[in-house]
Design a protein around this ligand. Sequence first.
Ligand code: NI
Length: 183
Amino acid sequence: MIYSIVAYGDPVLRKEAEDITDPNFDVKKLASDMFETMYSAHGVGLAAPQIGKPIRMFVLDGEPMDEENLKGFKKVFINPTILEEDGEEWGFEEGCLSIPGINEEVFRPERIKIHYFDENWKEYEEEYTGIAARIIQHEYDHIEGVLFIDYLSGLKKRMLKGRLTNISKGKCEQRYKMRFPKK
Ligand code: NI
C-alpha cells in the first residue's frame, strides 16, 4: 500500500514520536508499506511521521545513492535510540520527501552508535559512519520532530520561508502522492 507523504507544515512532522509498545502491532506490514511508499517517491529514507504516524520507526535503502559502502544497506529501525554521536562535523546536501524541491547543505557529526529493533523485533547496537550515518541521522530527526531545514542559518531560513509556505499549501512540484496541511 502506498501512503500519501505528509508535506511540510503538518504538525505531525513536529511531534516527538512514541515508541511502539503494542506487541500485536503489525510492524512487518507497516515496514513493507513504508518501503513501497519510499520507492514510489524515489527516496532513500522514510520515517513514520512522514506518512502521518507519530511512532518511532523509519526505513531506509541507500542502494540508489550508488556508493560502494551502501550496497545492500536496506534496513528497518524500530524504537531506535542514538546512544552516541561524535566525530568531525561534515557538510552534505540533504533533501526530504516532505519538503520537495529544497536541498541544502547540513553539517552533522560523522559517527553514531544506535540501539534499535528490526521488523522481527531482533535487537541491535551498531555503529555507522559517513553517508550511512547521515541517512540515519536525518530519519532519526523525523521521529524527534526535527527537520533538516532547522539546521540552516537564520538568513537561509528567511530566504526559504516563502517556498516553505508554498509547500504547506501544495504549491510545489508533486512527483508522488502527497498530503498538504493547508488547502
Ligand atoms: Ni526527510
